[in-house]
Design a protein around this ligand. Structure first.
Ligand code: PNW
Length: 479
């Protein structure tokens, strides 16, 4: 596999932070305990169990609401210096509004933060990892502009309650996934199928929500708390399928539609030009008097632009992109708006899930691309990981981490990209959204059939432990 050359014994800089990542809905369980309110994922799966491939939900998940001490012990044993987790909005605000604060939920996160602090593990806290309070979902969720205001109130509360302990925040995790999977098809909650227009509205509202939280932090908390706030974006690396100008352009357009969609407004200002032009043209051909891509006013552009303190990146894989001839209008939707053909090279090793293959050079190319294009100052890799069906001796995952981290190391040492940290996805085998527990991404195995949700170390967990300890990817570094 290209990019999988000899792995050397060079080391990550001392200042580089190694960690692992998780998300509230995927690990906590206790979906209605101690005053937690219902969120849109609770409702989505209670309404219809067949929405996950194994018919299971996250009512219990990894039971981390009760087992957080054990989780922190695992972090300590791994030796990591940073832990990325998310706050469940409806655990601290049961209906999503500041109308009522659930003290038991607040205490849960305060206990976790204290336990981390006692073990010298820095928190990286995500405010929103896909679990919108059900009440706000019923108000229209990410299609209602006022949700950005509610998010601002929630963010202010979280900064004031927890900010003393938190120096790195993420506002929204992967807004693209939320908009495409939850509002553009029915895989994810809330399962609203508006791929032509809802997805673009959702994107604008999440960007405004992110910007609101960033401004609140900047004005009210930064002077005393001195932390960093950004959002987390994801994309595969999009590699042109050939040298042809059309394929090169297609790959660039893919980056703009799939990544620039969110990165451009935050890091440079406004939507990418190619999105504005294409969606406007196509809307016109459809007979609409305006573009399906909602305009950002001058005021909104200014409000969103510059709302970052680092670049949070989730990167799992790569794709090949080739040019697809325009078919006039075709079906009006996000996919035909960008008009590309996406596929994988047959030689790239497959994981157990269809969207994820082993493409190690993708991380090096992507962090270089981000550095050149958006100049964010620093990049933090907030997710990176491999799916299988739960092997304990998971050598494919070991290969994945070795290969990706080796390429990341080259980006840092050879290309001079300022990547400051990395949180592997994931600490535990957790609830993998529409795949239930059928897809496993953990460094630690979880027996989801046992009432104790027993945790067992995998080979990849031991490998990562060694990497964290030696800052090096090969065994010869162990002294
Ligand atoms: C992430 N892609 O989503 C989510 O943030 C996690 O909650 C999730 O468990 C993890 O991936 C594993 O699926 C992504 O196609 C899903 O490039 C798909 C892609 C990227 C991120």
């Amino acid at each position: 596999v290209c990019g999988d050359e000899e792995i050397t014994d060079r080391r990550f800089p001392e200042s580089f932070k190694f960690g692992v990542a998780s998300a509230a809905y995927q690990i906590e369980g206790a979906w209605d305990e101690d005053g937690k309110g219902e969120n849109m994922w609770d409702r989505f799966l209670h309404d219809n169990a067949s929405r996950t491939t194994d018919g299971k939900n996250a009512d219990i998940a990894c039971d981390s609401y009760h087992k957080w001490r054990e989780d922190v012990r695992l972090l300590t044993e791994l030796g990591v210096s940073i832990y990325r987790f998310s706050i469940s909005w409806s655990r601290i605000l049961p209906d999503g509004t500041t109308n009522k604060i659930n003290q038991a939920g607040v205490d849960y996160y305060l206990n976790l933060l204290q336990e981390l602090e006692a073990n010298n593990i820095e928190p990286l806290v995500t405010l929103y990892h896909w679990d919108l309070p059900q009440h706000l979902s019923e108000l229209g969720g990410w299609l209602n502009p006022q949700i950005a205001d509610y998010f601002g109130e929630y963010a202010r509360l979280a900064f004031s309650l927890f900010g003393e302990h938190v120096k790195r925040w993420t506002t929204v995790n992967e807004p693209k996934s939320t908009c495409l999977l939850g509002y553009g098809n029915t895989y994810n909650a809330p399962g609203i199928n508006l791929i032509a227009d809802g997805v673009y509205q959702c994107a604008k509202i999440q960007l405004l929500a992110h910007a609101k939280a960033w401004h609140i932090y900047d004005e009210e908390f930064r002077p005393t708390q001195q932390g960093k706030v950004s959002l987390v974006l994801d994309t595969p690396w999009n590699e042109p399928a050939s040298d042809s100008e059309l394929d090169q352009e297609a790959a660039e357009r893919e980056m703009e539609f799939g990544f620039g969609w969110f990165a451009h407004p935050v890091y440079l200002g406004d939507w990418p030009e190619v999105m504005k032009v294409r969606v406007a043209n196509r809307s016109k051909l459809e007979g609409l008097g305006f573009s399906r891509l909602p305009e950002l006013t001058e005021e909104e552009i200014d409000y969103i632009k510059g709302t970052f303190d680092y670049f949070g990146l989730n990167i799992y894989t790569g794709l090949l992109v080739s040019y697809l001839p325009d078919d006039d209008i075709g079906t009006p939707n996000y996919w035909s708006d960008k008009g590309n053909h996406l596929y994988s090279d047959a030689s790239w090793p497959e994981s157990s899930t269809d969207w994820l293959r082993y493409v190690p050079f993708s991380i090096r190319k992507l962090v270089n691309y981000i550095n050149d294009r958006y100049n964010p100052g620093e990049i933090f890799v907030t997710e990176n990981g491999w799916a299988d069906t739960g092997e304990i001796d998971d050598q494919d995952r070991v290969r994945y981490y070795r290969g990706y981290l080796s390429n990341l190391l080259e980006a840092i040492l050879d290309d001079g990209v300022n990547v400051v940290g990395y949180t592997a996805w994931s600490l535990l085998d957790n609830f993998e959204w529409a795949s239930g527990y059928s897809q496993r991404l953990g460094l630690i195995y979880v027996d989801h059939d046992s009432p104790e949700r027993t945790r067992t170390w995998k080979s990849s967990g031991r490998y990562y432990q060694q990497v964290v300890q030696t800052r090096c990817l090969v065994e010869s570094c162990i002294d």
